[in-house]
Write a protein that binds this ligand. Structure first.
Ligand SMILES: [Fe+2]
Length: 159
């Protein structure tokens, strides 16, 4: 498929797709981090956080699929191997075994901040290209993390 077929300019779509693929790679690292937190969380907040991390990784899983399918909609292949994800992602893996529960929440909040930065950068490009479809999608991902950042911040007792 050609970007022209959906009313977009190939030249402008290329950097959008590259950024979407970057975001996809980062999201895979984020997703697995959430799974690790879900599995390894311990202590008095176990029941709360075990469920919360599941909600967040389920959302991340859906986001990953939406990102990959948006890339395909724009006519390009999404990264689909873990070697690509690890190579491309700026988010780093963490070892969640023995990790304090608040540190887990802080690590997820840190991922949120970085992912939101990437999404804001992406939305500058989608705005300029008139790619409202990608813009709308990425905006919804961002709003989910903004809201959850508030909840996790409140959980940690931060202002
Ligand atoms: Fe589970």
């Amino acid at each position: 498929m050609d970007a022209k077929e959906i009313g977009l300019k190939e030249r402008e779509v290329k950097p959008i797709v590259d950024h979407l693929n970057d975001l996809l790679a980062n999201y895979h690292i984020h997703y697995q981090k959430l799974r690790g937190c879900h599995w390894n969380v311990k202590g008095g907040h176990f029941f709360t956080l075990h469920v919360k991390f599941e909600e967040l990784y389920s959302n991340a899983q859906q986001t990953i699929d939406d990102l990959a399918e948006r890339i395909l909609t724009l006519g390009k292949p999404p990264y689909s191997t873990f070697s690509d994800y690890i190579k491309v992602s700026s988010l780093q893996e963490i070892n969640t075994v023995g990790m304090n529960d608040t540190d887990m929440v802080l690590a997820i909040m840190d991922d949120f901040t970085k992912l939101i930065d990437m999404e804001r950068e992406l939305m500058v490009l989608t705005d300029a290209a008139g790619d409202d479809g990608t813009n709308d999608l990425v905006n919804s991902f961002m709003q989910f993390k903004e809201k959850n950042n508030w909840m996790l911040r409140s959980f940690c007792g931060k202002n």
